[in-house]
Design a protein around this ligand. Sequence first.
Ligand code: GTP
Length: 389
Amino acid sequence: MVQLKSIVFAKEGKPIRKYLRTGFRDSLRIFVQGGAGGNGLPKFGGVGGNGGNIVAVGKENIDLENVYRSNKSKRYIAQNGRHSSHNFILGIPGEDLDFEVPLGVTLITDLGKNLGEVNKEGEKLIIAKGGTGGHSKNGFLGTKGQAYPVKLDLKLIADIGLVGFPNAGKSTLLKAISHARPKIADYPFTTVRPNVGVLMYKDSRQILMADLPGLIEGAHANKGMGHKFLKHVERTKLLLMIVDINGFQLSPQYPHRNCLETILLLTKELEMYNETLLDKPSMLLINKMDTEGALSKFEGNKKHLKNLKDSVKSYPEEMKPTKFLKFCDIIPVSAKENVEDVEVVKDRLRKMLDVLTELEAKEQKKEEENTNLYEDLRKGVSEKGPALV
Ligand SMILES: Nc1nc2c(ncn2[C@@H]2O[C@H](COP(=O)(O)OP(=O)(O)OP(=O)(O)O)[C@@H](O)[C@H]2O)c(=O)[nH]1
């Protein structure tokens, strides 16, 4: 209760962030060091063994907490290559050190160098190379392996990102539409970590939806949890925005925002984080349609919802995003009370994702055709030599 009061009545300007401990680890800093190469043996021209590499291996169903628990020292050091000797002229190479990482991880050095991503089960990525064994060309001295701190940055891989201000009904929808069992309560910030639900269809198709909590007006200025979880939206194919038909008020110190303003401010927050998010296909749910007066509010807002850009012309500049999401569907629902509404949403989401998958496949095919065309062209040129025009 004390904690709740601290959150809801936190004074403006005072970050709410410190009151919240999400317990969700979406980044982890570790130290990696490839093994050193063994020395060569000049007398016999012996070559030292190469040092082992540090290799990240994709593993389903684990998270960064598992990675941390499996090695709390957070140091990963691969085996050195053995020196060349009378018995082993070719020094034995050091073994690679493989460690498992969750799917969706990006590995970045402290200097900002992106080492790559791991997105599939069993996918391997060398993140620190072992040193080379000593031989005649390097004075028979083995070299050191690469060594540096690396950040593991986890972005959830979900098809749909569910965004909305606190209390809009994100958890309620996720629970109704999928097998997820998120915490639901009548106060903001109940959800303090992203929940992922699986939407199951009769033909065994599964769609992943991530509920991204903590977004509030001013998140771009690091209010609340700031944009902590928005990075997870970057990879989703589709944005599902959910707003309360009655609008939203964070606490008595904050102004009440009606439904239209809520949409506007949410869009603004998305834009402030990364404006390309607004190019994503999206759907809008107007929730809590079972509450008193909801229908008339919805009727009153219908034409504005259809043409948001013009409807908000007179709003203050600081509330307006420069771009708007192009909602494919705007659906009034009651996530809590109306199972049929939820089924409609589930159906529409499936249809939209199927179309997107088809478009993606076509794009990929086109890209492959273009690559082939280019290869043919290159081959033709190298056989005949460049044409003189
Ligand atoms: N009447 C009504 N209440 C709803 C509906 N959907 C959600 N609620 C209620 O609204 C409150 C907030 O719902 P949540 O699902 O926890 O909202 P949330 O967006 O996940 O909230 P945070 O965890 O703060 O991000 C709960 O008391 C829900 O029971 C609805 O369709 N109708």
